[in-house]
Write a protein that binds this ligand. Structure first.
Ligand code: SAH
Length: 409
């Protein structure tokens, strides 16, 4: 089933500009697409499988971008490849490193658009948070990315390319013949929790994640990949059957009334429908739980009654509840719940038998925390009046300039 994203009236869906070079980028092609491309470029059919595997290994296991470095290919064949193809990943424009070690990359993709990628090192893992769209059409009222007007889907190459560029920056291409175990890798986990709604860009996300999971690709276990969605119900079953990764749901509210304002897609796919799809998600078990993300907004969704409703909703689903203290951004219409409130909420959920970790904000000093992503250079943004109107909040006070008063910025 195909899904049409609800597009906020202010959002503009921008077509991708044609790639300047007429050579095709090999990054992001599925194995079948790569093979077909090689045959079109003159590779004999009977060799195409072998070439596909060789190229795949050079690109995804060794991080090679230059055909001349592919020493197991004949010189003439390398020349032919160079004529037709390139191996390109998005370009890092800036890299900001937080006091806590979190790294935020501003990354430029074709057409000059930008997305953000965040690397979060922890003691037992390293998580890369990647983006699936420039901006986002969802307009969740507490999320900074939703205030960006421009939206475009990333290609599979731009999605898997984010993993590759982070590996470049971290110096993590394994030495030939050495395959570090997942746990000792700098990038051991991938979360699709950056900019965009991954299930509104399903095919590209799927193809990119297939490469990330392939033993001859980036080679990460499907259990180390988590796709976060606001709940695009028709695509949830497909995520299970065609990707098979772990699922995180941006729940944030326990009644339709409140969820309709916080996560407007709820008007299309209300809570009951969402939970029906979740209960049918394959392989659900205690070791493969669904993560529910719940942003803690002061006096909005953080009462004891909310916590109890939450427990009731998830009953019977192997689940973990990730409580996210609200991260503020310029013009944000909410406040973070008090710490005591967050702990009391967590306690109710925990006592009901669910893990309820409170997500420590990481990289706040560099605006890399959840919901703060938004390319700094993106000037076309909604103003605070539009943000408040969408959140159903009273109009902010207008700043009245009196003659001779100092300028207010
Ligand atoms: N569109 C997908 C992927 C984004 S994941 C989704 O909705 O799941 C980013 C997570 O951070 C989501 O759970 C989102 O709801 C949450 N988030 C957004 N803004 C936030 C903020 N200001 N503070 C804390 N969490 C936020």
């Amino acid at each position: 089933m195909s899904v049409t994203p609800p597009i906020a009236p202010e959002a503009m869906l921008i077509p991708r500009k044609p790639v300047v070079s007429d050579r095709q980028n090999l990054v992001g092609l599925t194995r079948e697409q790569l093979r077909a491309a090689l045959v079109t470029a003159g590779t004999p059919d009977r060799q195409s499988k072998m070439r596909e595997v060789q190229l795949w290994q050079w690109i995804y296991q060794k991080g090679v971008r230059d055909f001349d470095a592919m020493t197991n290919l004949a010189k003439e064949y390398r020349a032919r490849l160079k004529e037709h193809f390139v191996i390109e990943v998005p370009e890092i424009v800036t890299r900001t490193v937080s006091a806590d070690g979190t790294r935020k990359y501003l990354v430029r993709i074709a057409g000059g658009h930008e997305v953000e990628v965040v690397y979060i090192p922890e003691e037992d893992r390293g998580t890369l948070c990647i983006s699936s769209q420039v901006g986002c059409t969802l307009t969740c009222t507490f999320c900074h990315t939703g205030t960006q007007r421009l939206v475009r889907n990333l290609t599979a190459g731009e999605i898997v390319g984010q993993i590759m560029l982070a590996r470049d920056d971290l110096g993590e291409w394994p030495e030939p013949g050495r395959h570090p175990k997942d746990e000792t890798r700098l990038i051991s986990n991938i979360v699709l929790m950056g900019m965009g709604e991954p299930l509104y860009n399903f095919e590209a996300v799927r193809d990119a994640m297939q490469i990330a999971m392939d033993g001859e690709g980036i080679s990460l276990s499907r259990r180390r990949i988590t796709l976060s969605t606001c709940g695009v119900v028709p695509e949830i079953a497909r995520t299970g059957s065609e990707i098979g990764c772990m699922l995180a749901i941006s729940l944030h509210a326990t009644t339709n009334e409140l969820r309709n304002t916080l996560v407007p897609i709820n008007r299309k796919y209300p809570i009951a429908q969402l939970f029906e799809a979740l209960r049918a998600y394959p392989k659900l078990s205690n070791s493969e739980r669904i993560t529910f993300e719940y942003v803690m907004l002061k006096d909005v969704n953080d009462s004891d009654a909310d916590a109890r409703r939450l427990v009731k909703l998830i009953e019977g689903i192997p689940a973990k509840i990730n409580l996210i203290p609200f991260n503020e951004w310029p013009g944000s219409p909410y406040e973070r719940s008090d710490w005591d409130r967050i702990e009391a909420f967590a306690n109710i959920v925990y006592k009901a038998g669910y893990a309820s970790p409170i997500r420590t904000p990481r990289g706040e000093d560099i605006m890399a925390a959840c919901g703060q992503l938004k390319s700094a250079t993106e000037r076309s943004r909604k103003n605070r009046f539009q943000i408040a109107a969408e959140a159903g909040l009273p109009e902010p006070e207008r700043i009245v300039r009196r003659p001779n008063a100092p300028d207010v910025h």
